[in-house]
Design a binder for this molecule. Structure first.
Ligand SMILES: [Zn+2]
Length: 279
């Protein structure tokens, strides 16, 4: 594993332990409200990432396994071993799919041995030594000078990288606006921006009024993070400005309405209207 990039090594350690930035741990660490997968919304732990059934993730999985298929050919892999490995890969998403009867008899012990290691183990690059022995026999039958040990080592890396690329795909979806959680965040922030434009610039300091002196679309077309910052700032300034004006408004109210109650009420503190007593 030491020949893998440092980032992939760190990722592998975290994922083998199961402690990584998936929804399950983000909730525990207080950095997310939901443990939902950014691709499908289902509960997300480290096992879910390559097993996610969202259409985009399934397409990525198919693309990655097709690349592995080509890689195995390029490495002069015994075709029967290649088909056995790809068949085992089906077990990652559906435990019941791989069946030893679908592989040649000479491969069955190795197939069962790999099944014993587990499909998650396969994704972590853990390979049965029996597969290596079979590949060695194949290379010898072709008078190949290739090293079966190197084949095992490289295949192990390819398997780890496949899992890593699925993680990268998951992160890409999380940070794109195509996922459900972000769509909801985007909708809420857009509603907030519309409300600020509807309220107008009156309750804002002059410097912030300029932020509303543009077309709605100018703000709504900004990236989500920028829109959230825009909304946060305008809301904060409006609140502060209203709070600062409140004492002046109270003084003015006393001046114009000396016989009434000492202070006016804000729009949010309207008094209850008591109906006049009869009789
Ligand atoms: Zn998912």
């Amino acid at each position: 594993m030491s020949s893998l990039p440092a980032g992939v090594q760190r990722w592998t350690t975290k994922h083998v332990m199961g402690m990584c930035g998936v929804g399950k741990f983000k909730v525990r660490w207080g950095s997310a409200d939901s443990a939902g997968c950014p691709c499908c919304g289902e509960f997300e732990d480290h096992l879910h990432v390559p097993r996610c059934m969202a259409p985009l993730t399934s397409a990525e999985w198919d693309r990655r396994t097709a690349t592995l298929d080509q890689w195995l050919d390029a490495q002069v892999t015994d075709p029967a071993i290649k088909h056995a490995i790809l068949h085992l890969f089906q077990g990652v998403c559906d435990l019941l799919l791989p069946c030893s009867r679908l592989v040649p008899v000479r491969l069955r012990r190795a197939f069962l041995s790999q099944q014993h290691i587990g499909y998650q183990g396969l994704l972590e690059g853990r390979l049965s030594v029996q597969l290596a022995a079979l590949q060695e026999q194949y290379l010898q039958s072709r008078w190949s000078q290739r090293s079966p040990t190197l084949w095992v080592s490289r295949l192990s890396h390819q398997l780890i990288l496949l899992g890593f690329y699925m993680w990268e795909h998951r992160n890409l979806v999380q940070h794109s606006e195509d996922n459900g959680q972000l769509r909801e965040r985007s909708r809420l922030v857009n509603d907030g921006i519309h409300s600020q434009f509807d309220m107008g610039p009156t309750d804002l300091p002059k410097v912030v009024q300029r932020m509303l002196a543009v077309k709605h679309g100018t703000v709504l077309n900004k990236p989500l993070v920028d829109r959230e910052e825009w909304l946060k700032l305008v809301r904060m300034e409006r609140k502060a400005y209203r709070r600062a004006l409140a004492p002046q408004r109270r003084i003015l109210h006393r001046f114009f309405h000396p016989a009434q109650a000492p202070s006016p009420v804000s729009r949010n503190q309207r008094p209850e209207i008591t109906p006049p007593r009869r009789g």
